[in-house]
Design a protein around this ligand. Structure first.
Ligand SMILES: NC(=O)c1ccc[n+]([C@@H]2O[C@H](COP(=O)([O-])OP(=O)(O)OC[C@H]3O[C@@H](n4cnc5c(N)ncnc54)[C@H](OP(=O)(O)O)[C@@H]3O)[C@@H](O)[C@H]2O)c1
Length: 342
């Protein structure tokens, strides 16, 4: 089969002829119909040369080809979406890819493969951040819901999924920050207040939206360009709270979080039970169990129409169009949509 491997920035690529991979006992082999691109694709390869070229695709939508000996949920011919293990062989920039059965989920008939390809990595990042890291109530939990939430970056794929989930959970008020993706964020009908970062003074605008209510929970779905600073200022002004970030803060001035602000980080690898520097082994195991059932719950929400895939644009040229798409992500040229390759 063909796979596409990328390396370096500017993003370079080569097609390679490789064997169709074989699923392990707990894995699923999927014939890829569409794959979604993620900013991590360039982050993983930016320092690599040709010798380290990687099939960096992790978002799979396609049809089950075969399953490992322990897999009981899926059979050949099933429509699925799946999250591939990041950095491992048999990624989604190929004709066939492998994913753990636990991070594979049914793709309901009302969701196209192209739309489904934008779901696995970013929707689970949003879910782990909100529920496992920030400890917000699940859509299935009754009880206290008047919990103000800030989702910084409502037009990012992760932020938009977080807005949809937070709305389903019933927490609020929900405040978000966006720029050119603002009309899309409005169309989600999830946030109570949408702040336009292009107008400046984001901290004051968030405080005004809170109207005296304290903010204790924030997801930083941008996690770059010092996005953590206004968030920390608001949490601090509220007496303290937790900021969950997706990348560690980059702050060259020796800036540190105020004492009242707790930093935590989501890395979606914990969806397949992988520990990382900011969580314990126990948390990684809990996240893996959570991801198993929450992926299946996402299928249910998609089928009902109460959770929608991020808007997508199909890249021209199949595998050969992927490197150009990854470069556009690196250049920050993609607003409020997932780039997808067939
Ligand atoms: N740790 C993990 O496991 C994990 C998982 C997924 C993603 N991530 C990281 O999380 C970030 C988001 O990923 P993604 O795939 O969701 O991104 P994405 O969809 O590609 O994000 C694009 C959006 O970023 C928004 N944006 C850029 N700068 C902004 C700012 N200063 N304030 C508000 N919005 C801003 C833009 O909004 P406008 O169009 O409105 O300007 C744009 O629409 C990336 O850094 C990614 O690497 C980490």
């Amino acid at each position: 089969m063909h796979e596409l491997a990328i390396y370096g920035v500017p993003v370079q690529w080569k097609r390679r002829q490789v064997d169709i991979p074989k699923p392990g006992p707990d894995e699923v082999l999927i014939k890829v119909v569409a794959t979604g691109l993620n900013p991590k694709d360039w982050k993983f390869v930016k320092r690599r040369d040709e010798s380290g070229a990687l099939n960096a695709g992790d978002d799979i939508a396609g049809v089950v080809e075969s399953v490992g000996s322990n897999v009981y949920e899926y059979k050949a011919g099933d429509r699925v979406a799946a999250f591939h293990r990041m950095g491992h062989p048999a990624g989604a920039y190929a004709e066939y890819a492998i994913a753990p059965a636990t991070t594979t989920f049914p793709l309901p008939p009302n969701i196209s493969f192209e739309a489904g390809a934008g779901l696995p990595l970013s929707s689970m990042t949003a879910a782990i951040a909100l529920y496992q890291a920030l400890g917000l109530p699940l859509p299935t939990t009754a009880g206290k819901k008047d919990i103000p939430l800030l989702v910084y970056g409502g037009a990012t794929a992760v932020g938009a999924y977080a807005l949809q989930l937070a709305k389903l959970s019933g927490v609020g008020p929900i405040i978000t920050v966006a720029g050119s993706g603002i009309d899309f964020v409005k169309s989600l009908n999830a946030a109570d207040h949408i702040i336009d970062y292009r107008k400046g003074n984001v901290t004051q605008a968030i405080l005004a939206a809170l109207d005296g209510k304290p903010l204790h929970h924030a997801l930083d779905a941008v996690s770059s360009n010092r996005s953590h600073r206004p968030i920390s200022e608001v949490l601090s002004a509220s007496g303290g709270g937790e900021i969950n970030m997706l990348d560690p803060p980059e702050d060259e001035d020796g800036w540190t979080f105020p004492k009242s602000v707790k930093y935590s980080r989501t890395l979606v690898a914990s969806a397949y039970y992988q520990k990382h520097a900011d969580i314990s082994q126990r948390q990684a195991e809990a996240d893996g169990e959570f991801a198993f059932w929450f992926y299946r719950y996402i299928s249910h929400l998609l089928a009902k129409g109460s959770f929608k895939p991020h808007p997508h644009a199909v890249l021209p040229g199949g595998l050969d169009g992927i490197a150009g798409g990854v470069q556009s992500l690196y250049d920050g040229k993609v607003s409020a949509k997932k780039l997808v390759a067939r």
